[in-house]
Design a protein around this ligand. Structure first.
Ligand code: DGL
Length: 276
């Protein structure tokens, strides 16, 4: 019988989603995965709603055409600006049996396990912050019980994408944005890294984060939530093949992608260039 290849698709505007994929593969190594980074058109953070939706939709359709029945938008900006439209407008028309999931809701569900005083800070791209997706999701789940303060960090993704996380410039911008955030609410006891690129900046963040403040890092959170989702949805789980393979795609040249991608993913990898 022919092997059915039905990988789980993991999409990000660039390298950031590799931090999520790394945690997912550690937790769920039996599945097949295709990672797609739209590095050629990154960053998405400052792009309009329509453009982020169009780019994300193209990526999702590409992953569907490669056999994925389940796609994770491992990108907060795409989750904020494109997920709902894809779920509500595209999937019913294209194929209602496929699923596209984001990273914002599962992160918000974990917040009560972190905060003790209810003061939560969100660090994200300008697009994610302006979309108000985090405050809206938090209000939906917890009414007015949490105090949410946001800070857009437009320089963080370019620093990460250019491999400059150990550069003093990274310290400068991380300190600047954290100072702004804690000036707006000095009582914050939990910060959500609301962009999948930011875990690469954790060493710099730790230099300037006030003592005792907890960091909600999305990798392990999304991996747990995906495991839970697949166990609650056997009909989707059955449509995800399990041969433990990993494939990496990028819209940029592989020579540009591979060295930095290996750093994000924690091991060297081979990629293929594709067009969307
Ligand atoms: N990793 C994306 C996110 O989580 C980065 C966005 C960008 O391309 O600016 O928001």
């Amino acid at each position: 019988m022919q092997k059915m290849f039905q990988p789980i698709g993991v999409f990000d505007s660039g390298y950031g989603g590799l931090t999520i994929l790394k945690s997912i593969v550690e937790k769920l190594p039996q599945y097949d995965y295709i990672y797609l980074g739209d590095n050629a058109r990154n960053p998405y953070g400052s792009r309009s709603f329509d453009v982020v939706y169009q780019y994300t939709r193209e990526a999702v359709m590409k992953l569907f055409s490669m056999g994925c029945n389940l796609v994770i938008l491992a990108c907060n900006t795409a989750s904020a600006k494109a997920l709902r439209t894809i779920q509500q407008n595209d999937l019913p028309f294209f194929d209602p049996s496929r699923r596209v999931l984001g990273v914002i809701r599962p992160s918000v569900e974990k917040v009560p396990f972190y905060t003790e005083n209810g003061h939560v800070g969100i660090l994200g791209t300008a697009g994610t912050v302006l979309s108000e997706s985090y405050p809206l999701e938090i209000a939906k789940l917890y009414d007015d019980h949490l105090i949410v303060t946001q800070e857009a960090c437009p320089m963080w993704v370019p620093l990460v994408e250019n491999g400059e996380v150990n550069n003093p410039a990274a310290d400068y911008f991380v300190q600047k944005n954290l100072t702004n955030l804690f000036r707006k609410d000095p009582d914050i006891d939990t910060v959500i890294l609301g962009c999948t690129h930011y875990p690469l900046l954790i060493p710099a963040i730790l230099k300037f984060l006030p003592n005792g403040v907890k960091i909600l890092d999305q990798g392990p959170v999304i991996a747990d939530s995906l495991k839970d989702y697949l166990s609650r949805h056997p009909e989707i789980d059955q449509k995800c093949s399990k041969y433990s393979t990993l494939q990496f795609l990028t819209t940029e040249s592989v020579n540009n992608f591979e060295p930095l991608a290996g750093l994000f993913f924690g091991k060297t990898l081979k990629a293929q260039k594709i067009a969307l």
